[in-house]
Design a protein around this ligand. Structure first.
Ligand code: PLP
Length: 290
């Protein structure tokens, strides 16, 4: 149905309490990317909030296929959302649960080649979110406020630090390059286990880029040679200015080009994404051989 006609009861616990979880799945050439992994993370989020999955993986797969078929664009952005449904306002779970499932798909906006070439600016802030950032919860108010801080400063992302340690971005995972080694904060309750994060680490391993998954200190972030943000929406994007200071030489670094181009070609190989390859083609960069 058209988005404007979709309705949710005002007593839905998603609306009243933010009691629900969501997923964002890019579809390249109309094929959902890493659907199995997204559905696994969806299940983990549902388990964490003690909500029974309303659909089996094969039903979700079919729903995603129908949604993509009915919407515009070869490359799309599937958003799906499950809440604990409508009930009398009471914090504890209702006895009878009728989950609300909402799905929509919009054309995927890829990063313009100019931004890939220049990188983007970011700020840092204290990570003041709760301690279950591994759940892809719809209650995103802290992330909304933290991302808005970035926008208010004319930048693209807020890099979050908790007790002097890097966690992630307001809506992305963050990688640091130091002495030619890619550093990634470990997956734990302080970060969302990003699907793109996994792709980047797999590509680093496959192409013998030195990498380590370990706690990364604030001073390592500030002295980084390169900083990258990753997400399904932004893919891999270099952060070239942090708190008004250049990161490294202030340009996307050598490893960014390798990882970004490999990620792009990986998407193309796996899902034939014409618009994605166009974005990278616009940078004038060739795929490195090694
Ligand atoms: N961390 C946060 C807080 C996010 O909101 C997102 C994506 O929206 C990510 C990380 C990246 O996850 P993914 O690569 O699965 O999009």
């Amino acid at each position: 149905m058209p988005l404007e006609e979709a309705r949710v009861p005002v007593m839905d616990r998603g609306f009243i309490f933010g009691d629900g979880i969501y997923e964002v799945i890019p579809a390249y050439s109309r094929k959902p990317f890493r659907l199995k992994e997204h559905l696994k993370r969806l299940q983990a989020s549902l388990d964490s909030i003690r909500l029974k999955n309303p659909h089996s993986d094969s039903q979700w797969t079919e729903l995603c296929a129908q949604l993509v078929a009915q919407n515009q664009g070869e490359d799309q952005y599937i958003y799906l959302h499950v809440t604990r449904g409508p009930a009398k306002r009471e914090h504890a779970f209702p006895k009878q649960i009728h989950p609300t499932v909402f799905m929509m798909s919009t054309p995927l906006q890829t990063t313009p080649p100019e931004l890939l070439k220049t990188g983007v600016a970011a700020i840092t802030a204290q990570d003041n979110r709760w301690l279950r950032c591994d759940i892809k919860a719809i209650s995103l108010l802290p992330n909304v406020l933290l991302r808005q801080m970035a926008v208010d400063c004319g930048t693209v992302e807020t890099v979050l630090l908790r007790d002097g340690i890097l966690t992630e971005g307001a809506a992305s995972n963050i990688f640091v390059v130091k002495y030619g080694v890619v550093l990634a904060p470990p997956k734990n309750h302080l970060i969302l286990p990003g699907i793109t994060y996994d792709v980047v680490l797999e590509l680093a391993a496959a192409h013998s880029i030195p990498h380590q998954v370990r706690a990364v200190s604030e001073s390592e972030v500030r002295a980084a040679q390169e900083l990258w943000m990753t997400s399904s929406a932004k893919e891999v994007l270099a952060i070239t200015t942090l708190d008004n200071q250049p990161v490294g030489d202030g340009k996307p670094g050598k490893l960014f080009w390798r990882a970004g181009l490999w990620a792009s070609s990986f998407h193309c190989l796996n899902t034939r994404a014409p618009s994605l390859s166009r974005s990278w083609a616009g940078t004038g960069r060739d795929l490195p051989r090694q």
